[in-house]
Design a protein around this ligand. Sequence first.
Ligand code: KG4
Ligand code: ZN
Length: 335
Amino acid sequence: MTALSTENHILGLETSCDETAAAVVAGGTTILSSVVSSQVDLHARFGGVVPEIASRAHVELIGPVVADALGEAGVELGDLTAVAACRGPGLAGALLVGVSAAKALALVADVPYVGVNHLEAHCYAAWLDQPDLELPLAVLVVSGGHTLVVIMEGHGRYRVMGQTVDDAAGEAFDKVARHLGLGYPGGPLIDALAQEGDPEAIKFPRAMPSEPDFSFSGLKTAVVVHVARSPGANVADVAASFQAAVVDQLVDKLVRAADEAGAPTLVLGGGVAANSALRARVEAVAAASGRRAFLPPPELCTDNAAMIAATAWWQLQTNGPTPLDSGVEPSLALA
Ligand code: KG4
Ligand code: ZN
């Protein structure tokens, strides 16, 4: 074992959906390597993630991705303090690949295994870039599978203030993009096209304005109806107006939760947190309300394994290692 072992190096693995990722993080905050192999090309022609294809691709990719992460970090198995993997929520077969690999590596290295909640990890992505965040944090987790506002009251302590009652925000971006014939994944494509459109051209509905929960399926239907009734509609205007309706709903509910909890810091996580209009609005409302906004860089917002390793570091201090006989939890919730 080398001198590096005293610096608390955690290898994290993430395989909950269509990204095979491995990362080495030192001391819970310093990223030594973060390798993400996206399967987007494999799933694009189906317009969404196909679970069986995802599991098979994870099996093929996990070995090389781990080798790359260790190599880039200049760390050997014997230098690790723990090996962590995302244990849920996510696709069962996909999660099994990362969890099984992490347990095997932990056994070989003779170090603890830590099973991490994917939603918790999205909250911890912010700590990687900014280790001195002031609690409580109001965190908006917006991805292809999840949309929720969480108050992070302390390490490992969460209060879910609201979540989607139907589609996730990213799912709405993907479905609307498919309807507009833009391709997959839809979020980045709508984001780019919206730059050329007028966000006020069409007044799409803002769902459940007085509720803490989110809903996007009515908005999605409104876009479909609008396009059917106005075949010559300017697609950039539709994209910009749809995006504005999503951003309004997300930001209103984030700010309301922050007000209720007295949270001084707003944080974004999940793939949709890469959206340029959402980032700009969160910065603006934070400035207007005397709060601090912390927006992790897009590569830490989308699925990655550095967030898994960072969460595992905090989890080891509070709860200790995870038993090797614990499994995956595809429907794992937060709090
Ligand atoms: O967190 P993530 O990488 O994977 C999941 O856990 O789902 O999020 C993927 C989602 C997709 O729905 C994608 O369309 C959306 O994030 N997304 C975006 C943007 N970049 C990715 N949505 C809106 N604007 C973007 N720039
Ligand atoms: Zn995610």
